[in-house]
Design a binder for this molecule. Sequence first.
Ligand code: NDP
Ligand code: OXD
Length: 343
Amino acid sequence: MYRGTVVYQIARVESVPKTGFAAPSCFRLAEDMTSELIVLKSDFDRFIALEEEFARHDIRAINWQDRQNHLDQIRYALVWHPEPGELAKMTNLKVVFSVGAGIDALTAEGVVPAGIPVARMVEPSLTAGMVEYVLYSVLRLHREMPLYDRNQRNHVWEQGLPVPASDRTVGILGLGVLGGACADALTGLGFNVIGWSRRPKTHGGIESLYGDDQLAAFLGRSDFLVCLLPLTDATRGLIDADFLAQLPHGAFFINAGRGPVVNDQALLAALDSGQIGAACLDVFNQEPLPDDSRYWDHPSVTLTPHIASTTIPDTSIHQVVANIQRYRNGEPLLHLADLEQGY
Ligand code: NDP
Ligand code: OXD
């Protein structure tokens, strides 16, 4: 995701003054005309770069901090973790765009006013970043790099026999936009890939299992388990002791979905016992990860601070602008979240 705080203003020319100067399109920048605002709330300053890009589409930006003066003009909100009640103050809000792929922070009580659609972030750089992260994490464990790192530090020269990728099965929890792209890339490297989702899926020849009934079969085959599930009521705490016990002994676990999908005590116990051979963790129940978390120093854990992938302004803006244009044209929006299901 990108994180920063900017508000973008789209000025709609409701009536073009008859001055002889034609507006270049039916939308153009103008503070003094009836305006559509898009509120952008994120944590990264890089959003400033987007201001220019929006301007190229006749969209004008103002900062989130300035929203109080424009509450009744704001039509669109592009946000990361808005506080409950803030969006409800925007009385003409039409669409909420999530800065990230995961919309769990938007499903909390009182964050998005009832009836307002939420569009998820689906953009090529975010997908590419996740593919890189997952490939790197799988390959690192597959090629036993943690062992060779340790051996280097101890000046140990010891050659192991690599396991062919075709002898490993990678199970992907969540065969959605990101899970599907990771599945394709892993298949390309020769791994056996299976996916698990809520509903049956057809994705590029990947064997797809789904629902509670097929979970045990999926887990029993997953030498690597990659979690790319969203956080919903159904997935919170899903990965518990019983779940982990169904994996092959010594399985590798990668979590780049959401931390609260995992029960930490269960995962730590599985790491201690060797049931989980190693874990790469990018997301946590509490972020930033508390200093006293056992994950920091666990010998079988590699962790990163929720950087597996990031929404890139330059590429994500096209999705947002295209969706705004669809909204104006009365066309169905792309990538709408199902708020009932929570993702
Ligand atoms: P999608 O909505 O495209 O895919 C979600 C997948 O999860 C779908 O296959 C869906 O099943 C499956 N799923 C949801 N609920 C269940 C359930 N109860 N049981 C089984 N399967 C379920 O999301 P994305 O792929 O775009 O993103 C996935 C998640 O990745 C995000 O929600 C976010 O949490 C995380 N993320 C993390 C990042 C990071 O930096 N660490 C960056 C970006 C995203 P079905 O296909 O049947 O609907
Ligand atoms: C996201 C994230 O959901 O960065 O996009 O976690």
